[in-house]
Design a protein around this ligand. Sequence first.
Ligand SMILES: Nc1ncnc2c1ncn2[C@@H]1O[C@H](COP(=O)(O)OP(=O)(O)OP(=O)(O)O)[C@@H](O)[C@H]1O
Ligand SMILES: [Mg+2]
Length: 372
Amino acid sequence: MPAMYYYTGEKSLTIDSMNLYRNLVETSPNIVVLTDMSGRVHMCNARLFKLTHYEPEFLKNRNIRDIISTDEHCQVTEQITASLLQGKRRKIQCHLRQADGNLLPVELIPSLVQASPQMPEGILFVIADISDRTVRDQQIHTLLQELRSSHQEMQALSRKLMQVQEEERLRLSRELHDGIGQALTAIKIHLQSWDHTSTEQQQKRQQCIEIVDQTLQEVRTLALTLRPSLLDDLGLEAALRWQLNQQTKNSGIKARFSTNLNGQRLPGEVEIACFRVAQEAVNNAIKHARAKTIALRLLLMGEVLTMEVEDDGRGFDTDKAWAKAACGKSMGLLSMKERVALASGQLHLESDFTRGGTLVRVSFPVGGGRDE
Ligand SMILES: Nc1ncnc2c1ncn2[C@@H]1O[C@H](COP(=O)(O)OP(=O)(O)OP(=O)(O)O)[C@@H](O)[C@H]1O
Ligand SMILES: [Mg+2]
């Protein structure tokens, strides 16, 4: 690229070029300093004194190094030499030392002033004050750090919340099963042992037994839905098989389950995350998709577990659904995303609302398997 552009012919205006350059230097918003090859100052504009607060006498018989931060002398000298040798105008960031000892962040561009290509006579420094930019950069840096740490806090809080939720579900589930469930069974046994001769009493006793049976069934289902003991006792494969069957059994939807896991146990965190994602994805397919079939596939390849929940329903606009979720209008997709992220997994959601079909795929690193 040329250094200058002339549109009306270089010589068409009679300009005193010395006057022109003097004007440019005097009115420049940047500091302009001309030194000899050793860095001794020959000339500078008033901008230098405005920004550094020195008196003009200060620079008499001085080197440009005298106004550069002492800590940066070596590094800046090296960069200036490299820039001049390469003949490229490199921007060098450093600090000017002001009269009161404060440091001013600047960007400095050195270039050679030559009488002829082989005869460099001096160095021209154009120095821009970048304190505004530096303050802005620092503010952005601080904001980014704050954002990063609040994100980490949110994640830790989320993880704790889900852990507490799972513990609470486990406690409730055991309480229901062992406490209320056992009590109901005891009532049933007592009722069965009652020996009434009148038919009316016999009928009432039978009715009571039926009500207890029904309640017992409901309590068992509730306990299992809250946290299937299968998940803790037999692992993900058994729990998913049972859960898929439970969720689809009265829906008229055909469920297909396939896996290569062979009952292998995986890290607890991954088993719970996978189970909850499947629960929500299958629930969504039943609730929203009008699907005929739901396929759940669980595949362990090397150290990666992949689970897919696929339906052949009507599909949906995922962008719109995420936007809706972001406004707090739905929870399912967000909680899937959160659970997957907390177990260091990846979530892929694909849906075609013109041709139909939805696929939820999650994958998790499972490392060396389950820590007992
Ligand atoms: N398999 C699917 N087929 C069709 N639409 C779906 C499917 N999964 C999700 N959707 C659409 O995406 C939206 C968001 O799903 P999300 O699970 O976040 O919320 P929800 O199921 O409506 O409510 P909830 O908070 O109880 O889960 C749903 O309202 C539905 O329109
Ligand atoms: Mg949902």
